[in-house]
Design a protein around this ligand. Structure first.
Ligand code: SF4
Ligand code: SF4
Length: 375
């Protein structure tokens, strides 16, 4: 197992994400299978386990706590998170934190994160009325949190805002990084920003919810022709090649997946700079359904006041991975009157689009795809 130094700790570069544990029906975690996975993970040298209040409808913390309680507390590092993605939770931070310790059967968390800092909640995370980060810093003083960090799905301005206030207190930042999101979700810029604060990055969604493992034959061949290895290994090598990556979390659902992932973390194999750039280029090409450049020339012409460039971006992403959690989350968060189905096909936007995109057709197809996925 590859290890990375973090302060006084040696962390396995591959972390065990407990958001997709094996289940026997909705949110009923298969404890026997999960226990075997945890045992195998520990035997393989994985020492970082990541859960959260909301994973598996609240059951992940309970399951992981129960399983890990059989092991020496010094043999693993446990991470959980404050569920700030639900703004109603800010009022209940003390109650939630105490409950999490109980659920996980521990006296302290080795790592604790402000979960999913984004456009909707960043102001609440920073609001002195709730003093969330201040409360968590107090828990750190009390020894109940060893290291405090945050995870973010927000855009660059959100990250900048949060770090401007709390950058000196954040010890790590968990981001969605993979070779598609390197440019798509501006992970490259986010990593650079964290570098400025000397904050190492933890990777979530290294395989983009499994989509980078399930590439079609043509895409598999494209990526392998650059790296010389298979699709999954290529995705991991890409991440290992980013200097400030200190943890790669993979949400594993079967023993086989775990064993396969472990195989790729036996020794450090880095991409050359040229391979790295080529992999990024392949990632870019995977997601370009429409060539929208985000120029926004079209926006003023839309009688429905749709955010067309954003819709084109989401359309590309949804087309590439219709089941991706965060894409669907972003679509679901669009106000009702801004959904793709609100396009009235007047086509005034198309008259000014320099890329000559058939926007009305794209939006109709996008709306249909969403509808189908919901049924
Ligand atoms: S075709 Fe749709 S997106 Fe384009 S201007 Fe008309 S309503 Fe807006
Ligand atoms: S005008 Fe065309 S390229 Fe520019 S934002 Fe609109 S859809 Fe995208």
């Amino acid at each position: 197992m590859i290890y990375k130094q973090f302060k006084d700790k040696q962390l396995s570069l591959l972390g065990f994400g407990a958001m997709r544990l094996p289940t026997e029906g909705k949110n009923k975690i298969d404890m026997a299978h999960s226990s075997k996975m945890v045992q195998k993970a520990l035997e393989s040298g994985i020492n970082y386990f990541d859960t959260a209040w909301g994973y598996h409808g609240g059951q992940s913390e309970i399951a992981l706590g129960e399983i890990l309680s059989k092991y020496d507390r010094d043999s693993f590092y446990l991470a959980s998170k404050f569920p700030g993605y639900d703004v109603a939770n800010f009022e209940k931070k003390e109650e939630i934190f105490q409950k999490q310790l109980e659920k996980c059967k521990v006296d302290y968390f080795d790592f604790y994160l402000c979960h999913n800092v984004n456009e909707r909640n960043v102001d609440m995370f920073m609001d002195e009325k709730y003093s969330t980060v201040e409360y968590l810093l107090k828990q750190k003083e009390l020894g109940k949190i060893k290291h405090l960090g945050f995870s973010a799905h927000g855009n660059m301005p959100v990250l900048k805002k949060f770090l401007a206030k709390y950058g000196q207190h954040m010890e790590f930042c968990q981001l969605q990084i993979n070779y598609v999101d390197w440019t798509w979700q501006k992970a490259d810029q986010k990593v650079q920003l964290c570098n400025k604060y000397n904050i190492p990055v933890w990777v979530m969604e290294p395989l983009r919810g499994g989509n980078l493992a399930r590439l079609d034959q043509q895409r598999k061949e494209k990526i392998s022709s650059v790296t010389g290895v298979g699709a999954i290994e290529s995705a991991f090598r890409f991440l290992c090649s980013i200097d400030s990556v200190g943890m790669i979390l993979s949400g594993m659902s079967t023993l086989e997946q775990l064993e396969e992932n472990v195989k790729y973390f036996q020794q450090q194999n880095l991409l050359t700079n040229q391979q790295f750039d080529q992999v990024v280029a392949v990632g870019k090409s995977m997601i370009e359904k429409t060539p929208c450049t985000g120029c926004n020339y079209c926006v003023d012409y839309c009688p429905q006041k749709l955010d067309i460039s954003r819709l084109m971006k989401l359309n590309n992403e949804h087309f590439f991975a219709p089941n991706d959690y965060w894409t669907n989350y972003a679509i679901g968060n669009l106000p009702q009157e801004k959904q793709p189905a609100c396009c009235i096909a007047c086509r005034s936007c198309e008259q000014v689009c320099p890329q000559q995109i058939e926007i009305s057709k794209e939006l109709a197809e996008f709306a249909n795809r969403i509808k189908k996925a919901q049924n």
